[in-house]
Design a protein around this ligand. Structure first.
Ligand SMILES: NC(=O)c1ccc[n+]([C@@H]2O[C@H](COP(=O)([O-])OP(=O)(O)OC[C@H]3O[C@@H](n4cnc5c(N)ncnc54)[C@H](O)[C@@H]3O)[C@@H](O)[C@H]2O)c1
Ligand SMILES: [Zn+2]
Length: 381
C-alpha cells in the first residue's frame, strides 16, 4: 500500500501510445524534469523553441496557480501564450472553443505548440479537445487540479457539451503526460472536493471489496484531504481507470463502457439542469444511487451492496434526494437518456452494478426505464 505523499509514476498504455501519470505533492515544481527526461523516468517531451506554447486554464485556477506554472514553463525555456476560459461547465461549449482557438491563432500558436491544460475536468476536456483539433492536432499535457480530474485527465476522452446532450462533440486524444500535483487540491472548495469523490466511489465499486473497504475505513481522512489517504484513494482510482482504458482504448470492446456507471442518469440530470445546477460528481453520485436501485428492482444487485454504496456516498456528504421540479420528471429524464451515446435501436443502454467489482449491461426500452425510475422515486431515492 502506498502511504507516502511522494511522487509515484504510473505508465498508461493505450493503443500504441504510452504516457506517464505522475502523482504526488509538489510534482509541478519539477515539471520540466518530469516532462523532458527520457522514459521511463519522464515523458521525453521536447517542446519546440520556435513557437509559443499554450498554458490553457480557467479564471479561478489562473488566479491561484497561473503565474507559478507560467514561470515554471518559462524557466524550462518555453515561450508561453496563456489562454484563460471562464470557470465552470459552461466553458465546455462551442462558443468557448471558438474563442480559445481564436486566441491561439492570434497568438501565433502552431502545429509544434504544446498545450498544457491546467485545471479540472472542464479545462482538461475543453483544452484536450482544442489540442486534438487545432491544426489537425497538437501535443498536450494534462496538469489536473481537482479530485475529479484523477478520472478526466486519464484515458484520452476529450470534448465539449451541446445544449441537447453532454459530451456530444469530442475525440479520443491521448496526453503526452499527466502531472498531478496533489498539493494543489488544498484550495478546492468543499463542494468540489465532494464532487470529485463521486468518481472515486465509482472506481471503488467497479474494482471490488478491497478498494471499497479502504474508502469505508478512510472516508473521514479522505474528506479532510489528509495527504496519505488522499493520494492512496486517487492512485487506486487512476489504476482502475488505467486498467480499463488500456484494455479498451476507444470504447469498442464493451469494456470501457463500465466507466459509465452512474452516468446514464447522471448525464441526464446535468443536461436537464442546464449544466449549472449540478456539479458533475453530484449528478454522478445521484445517478449511482438511482441506477443501483433500478438494478436492485431488476434483481441484478443485492440490497446489501446497494446499501453500502448509498451509505458511502452519504458519508462523503452527497445529497441523494431527487431534485424537485418538473424539469426532472422521469419522462424528461428518459427523453434526454435516449440521446446517450451508448444507445442502440431506441433502447437505453445501462451499465448496472451486479456486485462489488461486477457489472451487467441491460438495454431498457423507454417505457420500462420510465416505469423503473418512477418506482424508485416513489420509494424515495
Ligand atoms: N474526459 C473524461 O474521461 C472525464 C471523466 C470524468 C469527468 N469528466 C468531465 O469533467 C468535468 C468536471 O470536472 P471538475 O469537477 O474537475 O470540474 P471543473 O474543471 O469545473 O473544476 C471545478 C471547479 O473548481 C475550480 N478549481 C479547479 N482546481 C482548483 C483548485 N486546485 N483550487 C480551487 N479551485 C479549483 C475550477 O475553477 C472550477 O470552478 C465534467 O465536464 C465532466 O464531464 C471527463
Ligand atoms: Zn464522470
Amino acid at each position: 500500500m502506498i502511504m507516502t505523499a511522494s511522487a509515484r509514476t504510473l505508465w498508461i498504455r493505450q493503443d500504441r501510445v504510452e504516457y506517464p501519470v505522475v502523482v504526488g505533492e509538489g510534482v509541478l515544481d519539477e515539471l520540466s524534469a518530469h516532462l523532458a527526461s527520457d522514459p521511463p523516468r519522464g515523458a521525453g517531451l521536447v517542446p519546440s523553441p520556435e513557437v509559443p506554447h499554450v498554458l490553457f486554464t480557467d479564471a479561478t485556477v489562473n488566479a491561484l496557480y497561473g503565474d507559478r506554472v507560467e514561470a515554471l514553463l518559462r524557466a524550462w525555456g518555453l515561450e508561453v501564450l496563456r489562454v484563460v476560459v471562464p470557470a465552470g461547465e459552461a466553458s465546455k461549449s462551442l462558443a468557448a472553443y471558438e474563442r480559445a482557438v481564436g486566441e491561439m491563432l492570434r497568438g501565433g500558436a502552431g502545429r509544434k505548440s504544446v498545450l498544457f491544460a491546467l485545471g479540472g475536468g472542464v479545462v482538461g476536456d475543453l483544452g484536450g479537445f482544442v489540442a486534438a483539433t487545432y491544426m489537425r492536432g497538437i501535443a498536450f499535457v494534462q496538469l489536473p487540479t481537482t479530485i475529479l480530474a484523477h478520472d478526466s485527465a486519464v484515458g484520452g476522452k476529450v470534448g465539449i457539451d451541446h445544449p441537447l446532450a453532454k459530451n456530444a462533440l469530442g475525440a479520443f486524444a491521448f496526453p503526452r503526460a499527466v502531472l498531478y500535483d496533489t498539493a494543489l487540491l488544498r484550495t478546492l472548495p468543499p463542494r468540489e472536493v465532494r464532487s470529485g469523490l463521486a468518481e472515486i466511489v465509482k472506481h471503488a465499486f467497479l474494482a471490488g471489496e478491497e478498494y471499497v473497504s479502504f474508502l469505508e475505513a478512510e472516508a473521514e481522512r479522505i474528506t479532510a484531504l489528509e495527504p496519505g489517504a488522499l493520494a492512496e484513494s486517487l492512485l487506486r482510482g487512476i489504476a482502475v481507470k488505467a486498467d480499463v482504458v488500456s484494455r479498451d482504448p476507444y470504447e469498442t470492446r464493451g469494456i470501457r463502457e463500465i466507466l459509465n456507471l452512474g452516468h446514464t442518469v447522471g448525464h441526464a440530470l446535468e443536461t436537464l439542469g442546464g449544466y449549472q445546477t449540478f456539479l458533475h460528481g453530484e449528478a454522478v453520485a445521484l445517478g449511482l444511487a438511482v441506477e443501483s436501485r433500478i438494478a436492485e428492482r431488476l434483481g441484478i444487485l443485492a440490497s446489501c451492496v446497494r446499501g453500502r454504496l448509498e451509505a458511502l456516498l452519504a458519508r462523503f456528504g452527497f445529497d441523494l434526494r431527487w431534485p424537485e421540479g418538473e424539469a426532472y420528471d422521469p419522462a424528461s429524464v428518459v427523453r434526454v437518456m435516449l440521446r446517450d451515446k451508448k444507445n442502440v435501436r431506441r433502447k437505453i443502454r445501462f451499465v448496472f452494478l451486479a456486485d462489488l467489482g461486477k457489472t451487467k449491461f441491460r438495454e431498457l426500452d423507454p417505457e420500462g426505464a420510465e416505469a423503473h425510475l418512477r418506482a424508485v422515486l416513489r420509494e424515495g431515492a
